[in-house]
Design a protein around this ligand. Structure first.
Ligand SMILES: *Cc1c(COP(=O)(O)O)cnc(C)c1O
Length: 269
């Protein structure tokens, strides 16, 4: 139930103590834990307008208010997000690289942002795609200095284990203890734990996926550009492109066996 072996491995890898790690049924479950612990009606959550949609869904689930901050050329505008923080703010979400725009923020900016937040605000850095970066931003410094940072990682993306449902949060132990309070004792099954622990040892697979992904992404971007479509970001395993009517393209491609994601639900149809 406490995923001992996996947590010990993750703690070593991330350079935090074992009680600084919480295992989730996918990192989606950890986002929900954040809602359970910190949200209720009348409180606010700051997020980017084109950020991962689960932040908004969980905010609504707990009756809190989503404050959607316009993005700057589809990247998280940390200054504008800092300015949107009020007395009522409890959580701020930043995904880097972001889903669905593929744009990452720089380590210095994220550290400065973490340090700038008032004490009543938890900063959740969602690192679902960080393994696709050559070098992922490291917020350990901020965590060690006592900033209220919760970092999220998942085995669903570069590790290819989405169907097994394993993710984790790491940060300072006091904060992680709060998330533990709402975790059901057997939230991640033993097979998934064993697979995740084995995946952590298979660094060659991660390196191979990162390289293959990069090559595929470049090919896709070149092709889109030849067709006259502008692309953005591309720091994760997907590319954002302006194609005209996204929903129409989605439907047309699906008939040919290709799945893309239209972004009408994110306010960019
Ligand atoms: C996919 C994704 C997740 C979580 O995926 P899980 O399968 O629940 O671990 C979290 N954040 C972002 C931004 C994602 O794209």
């Amino acid at each position: 139930g406490s995923a001992g072996e996996l947590r010990r491995k993750i703690a070593r890898l991330r350079g935090v103590s074992e009680d600084g790690v919480v295992i989730g049924n996918g990192s989606n479950e950890l986002i929900e834990f954040l809602g359970h612990v910190f949200l209720r009606p009348g409180l606010e959550v700051v997020m980017g307008a084109q950020a991962f949609i689960v932040y908004k869904l969980v905010t609504r689930l707990f009756g809190a208010t989503a404050i959607e901050v316009p993005m700057r050329d589809f990247g998280h505008d940390l200054e504008a997000m800092r300015a949107a923080v009020t007395e009522r703010t409890r959580l701020v979400f930043v995904a880097s690289p972001n889903n669905p725009t593929g744009i990452a923020n720089h380590e210095d900016d994220l550290l400065e942002f973490a340090k700038s937040l008032p004490d009543h605000v938890i900063f959740c850095l969602d690192e679902a795609y960080s393994e696709y970066l050559e070098r992922a931003p490291d917020l350990r410094l901020a965590i060690e200095q006592g900033c209220k940072v919760v970092c999220l990682r998942t085995f669903s993306k570069i590790y290819g284990l989405g169907g097994l449902r394993v993710g984790y949060a790491y940060g300072n132990p006091g904060l992680m203890a709060l998330l533990e309070r709402v975790r059901q004792p057997f939230n991640v099954n033993a097979v998934a734990q064993a697979a995740a622990a084995a995946a952590l040892d298979d660094e060659a697979f991660v390196v191979m996926c990162r390289r293959e992904n990069e090559l595929g992404r470049e090919l896709l971007c070149r092709g889109l550009s030849k067709l006259g479509f502008q692309t953005w970001g591309g720091q994760a395993n997907f590319v954002l492109s302006r194609v005209g009517d996204g929903t129409a393209l989605f439907e047309a491609l699906q008939k040919r066996g290709l799945i893309v994601r239209p972004l009408a639900a994110y306010g960019v149809p």
